[in-house]
Design a protein around this ligand. Structure first.
Ligand code: URP
Ligand code: ZN
Ligand code: ZN
Length: 467
């Protein structure tokens, strides 16, 4: 039996912070208290560190076909990058392929992950074709431990795009099946028309990606999705909220008493439209959807995290190389694959810009990176918690660690980083998954394939607004 005793650290959970030791036996936390005795356990000196539950990133795209190519990170390099950022579990999007089933997507993603993942994982299924047989199949995914689906209102002209009729029925069916619906809320029809008009004017540069996806198309779709969920009587989760207008729709729903969850992402705090408008074709490195916004949106997004309208901080890690992938859109911004790497930088961005700047407490930091995600996505209390019986997923966070991001020191498989030269103040010193060391002093030490599939079950609304 392996035993570890973390001594002298400050335990930081979503609920509070206190000085305590943490005893781990095999894969579980077995005790938290002051002056715990080692009794033969290996001692880990956590003094000067914050002892936090492992972070969960419920928004990643590993080894996923998108925009005529496949994301640069597979399940080995993608989960290594995540581990290097303090993440001990991801929930990735398994895509239903054209003509395929939901079970087929889960099977395909299981094959992609197995033998490669270095941290634990789960799946959401992205429904792309709600045929009659898929409607009948939907309840069976909950039995497979996959408690959430994603519907795309954007990306018209691709198999991902979903009409309101199907979104609405997916909400109704998911409610019955005990499955949470996640929505990518942007008005696909308006975007398609704006893109067509931009291209016909010869506006082909990367910045037109943002100019053809204005804030109002996100706000409109967010409101529409929320109202459809209201009619269906179903909870809903809006992913990658990027602007004040979309957040306002969520806030108003909370004022009405509706169960709506919201996620935002590091790129909306670290970057802005100005990055998309960089010289030459550099802006392609910053193409993601919803697009990077004007900085004036940031105070609202911080308040969303702080006061609970947004409960989740996910990376939306969707990496493409500059060479050969982002370059596909050199003459036409609509052909630039959408997405940025960010799994490694997620927590460091939130700490540096959020906690150090006094916008969030260390407890809110843990809530939005870990505990809320476990609760909302149905992995709690096994994940997202530090108390006896929980998995020993532990981050020793060094609030004083200083690092500078560079493509040379990244752990993923991407030929650039949008964070090049960015200085972080605070980061993970070491990371444990079920009591096993996976990352220490800048190095991933986990064995590929050691990550495990975690079954989740969505327990309809428990965590409402707030943390
Ligand atoms: O640009 C993004 N976000 N790419 C990933 C796919 C998605 O919409 O989440
Ligand atoms: Zn999306
Ligand atoms: Zn995404």
């Amino acid at each position: 039996m392996s035993r570890l005793l973390f001594t002298g650290g400050k335990v930081v959970t979503a609920e509070g912070s206190f000085k305590a030791d943490v005893l781990v036996e095999d894969e579980k936390v077995v005790a938290i208290g002051t002056d715990l005795q080692a009794n033969g356990a290996e001692t880990v000196d956590a003094s000067g560190k914050l002892v936090m539950p492992g972070f969960i990133d419920a928004h990643t795209h590993m080894d996923m076909p998108f925009g005529g190519t496949v994301t640069a990170d597979d399940w080995a390099t993608g989960t290594e990058a995540a581990a290097a950022g303090g993440t001990t579990m991801i929930i990735d999007f398994a895509l239903q392929e054209e003509g395929g089933t939901l079970g087929g997507a889960i099977e395909e993603w299981t094959n992609k992950a197995s033998g490669k993942a270095v941290i634990d994982y789960g799946f959401h299924v992205a429904i792309t074709d709600l045929r009659d047989d898929i409607k009948s199949e939907l309840p069976s995914i909950a039995e497979k431990g996959v408690a959430s689906v994603k519907i795309f209102m954007a990306y018209k002209g691709t198999p991902l795009y979903t009409e309101d009729e199907d979104l609405f029925e997916a909400l109704q069916l998911s409610k019955e099946a005990g499955v949470l619906v996640l929505v990518h809320a942007e008005n696909g029809d308006a975007i398609a028309k704006l893109q067509e008009q931009a291209l016909s004017r010869g506006d082909t540069a990367p910045r037109f990606h943002a100019l053809t996806r204005p804030e109002a198309v996100e706000a409109e779709a967010t409101n529409r999705a929320i109202r459809l969920a209201e009619v269906a009587g179903a909870p809903i989760l809006v992913v990658h909220v990027s602007c004040a207008g979309a957040l306002e729709a969520i806030h108003l729903a909370h004022e009405r008493g509706q169960t709506v969850y919201g996620e935002t992402c590091p790129q909306y705090f670290a970057f802005s439209y100005d990055d998309l408008a960089r010289e030459g074709f550099e802006g392609a490195k910053y193409v993601c959807s919803p697009p990077l916004r004007d900085e004036s949106n940031r105070p609202a997004l911080w308040n969303g995290l702080r006061f609970g309208d947004l409960q989740i901080f996910g990376s939306d890690h969707c990496s493409f190389n500059y060479e050969g992938q982002k370059e596909m859109g050199r003459d036409d911004f609509t052909k630039i694959p959408n997405g940025l790497p960010g799994a490694e930088e997620r927590a460091m961005t939130l700490w540096t810009l959020g906690v150090r700047e006094g916008k969030l407490t260390e407890n809110q930091f843990v809530a939005v990176l870990s505990t809320n995600q476990a609760r909302i996505y149905g992995a709690y209390p096994r994940k997202g918690a530090l108390f006896p019986g929980a998995d020993a997923d532990i981050v020793l966070w060094d609030p004083e660690l200083r690092t500078t991001a560079s493509v040379e020191n990244r752990h993923g498989n991407v030929d650039y980083t949008p964070y090049e030269g960015r200085e972080f103040h605070g980061g993970p010193a070491s990371v444990y998954v079920r009591g096993n060391l996976v990352f220490k002093d800048g190095e991933v030490v986990a064995e590929r394939g050691s990550g495990r599939f975690i079954e989740r079950s969505f327990v309809a609304p428990g965590l409402e607004v707030g943390v």
